[in-house]
Design a protein around this ligand. Sequence first.
Ligand SMILES: NC(=O)c1ccc[n+]([C@@H]2O[C@H](COP(=O)([O-])OP(=O)(O)OC[C@H]3O[C@@H](n4cnc5c(N)ncnc54)[C@H](O)[C@@H]3O)[C@@H](O)[C@H]2O)c1
Length: 363
Amino acid sequence: MGVFSAADHLESAGHEQVVFCQDKATGLRAIIAIYSTALGPALGGTRFFPYASEADAVRDALDLSRAMAYKNAIAGLDLGGGKAVIWGDPQKIKTEGLLRAYGRFVESLGGRYYTACDVGTYTPDMDIVAKETRFVTGRSVEYGGCGDSSVLTAFGVFQGMRAGAEQVWGAPTLAGRRVGIAGLGKVGKHLARHLLDDGAEVVATDVNETALAWARESYPQITLVADTPALITSEIDVYAPCALGGALDDDTVPVLRAAIVAGGANNQLAHPGIEKLLEDRGILYVPDYVVNAGGVIQVADEINGFSFERARMRATGIYDTTRQILQLAAAEGVPPAAAADRLAEHRMAEIGRLSTIRLPHRP
Ligand SMILES: NC(=O)c1ccc[n+]([C@@H]2O[C@H](COP(=O)([O-])OP(=O)(O)OC[C@H]3O[C@@H](n4cnc5c(N)ncnc54)[C@H](O)[C@@H]3O)[C@@H](O)[C@H]2O)c1
């Protein structure tokens, strides 16, 4: 790789602001990326991950913050998109001091960015971050927080999947369908429960023995298969990627048996163009950031005092939003991923523009 410059990335990516933070004493190295504040303060979690290089960390922060802007816009939230990454191994360097130092950097942005949990950070971590900043959500229930966001993430995925089923089979239910879940983690487990309650058959896989043991004990009716390649080539009607990003790539799409893809994982399309490959194979791809917005709806609700019922009601709306996107895609002859992007961009432009109407009491 040649000389790395964050500015090179920014020019092509179009972000508003990227902040590099360092606290040598605790080993904190963080990057906070704000893609857009057109709709309100940027909201997005903090990923704590041992990136191979600073360039990888920057790229992830830029990609993830852009995705949050689209997700928050399409979820109807008055929030922009941002994300932070802490570069390092959380098992080795995560301490109270480091998290509090990070919280001070979040506070220094004065509310332009709200943080929350992501891979490698958990609700107790946000309780610690909250000692230094007001601009944090996803705290534990004891501290007035909304708790584990995977509850409504999975609920929203289920709603989006129902809309997909309606588009393909004419009825908004998964009853009698075979759904393959890759990843029985926090989201995958809740999703499995919704599907079983709806009368679906669930096939699943995970690389973690604890997750598999949970399935064997709690839901023996779930069929477990060896790995993701075995899952996607088996007789499934729906594929729900609920592990890591990049689940849909040039190798998986040609062999995928499902008629619908709808899952909780972020950034499922390994690269631009995969959405077209799915469409050419007649597979309905329900865009990831549309269906997995239940989690951000849950944490966003905490900002003004959390109500689970209100957040759940908003997450129910993912069914209508998904329907709207699928109908737009069909009407305009574009993949659903492109239709979702258009709707998100439209909302950012239309609602974001309102701040040009000057109000006397606001800057
Ligand atoms: N938790 C949320 O509220 C939320 C919100 C939006 C999006 N997401 C996304 O959903 C996905 C799952 O999140 P989570 O909170 O359930 O994470 P998690 O870490 O609890 O669960 C992920 C599961 O996937 C398994 N896994 C990893 N690699 C695998 C592989 N190759 N094959 C099969 N299983 C594998 C892990 O063992 C784990 O059980 C992530 O992509 C996350 O970014 C989560």
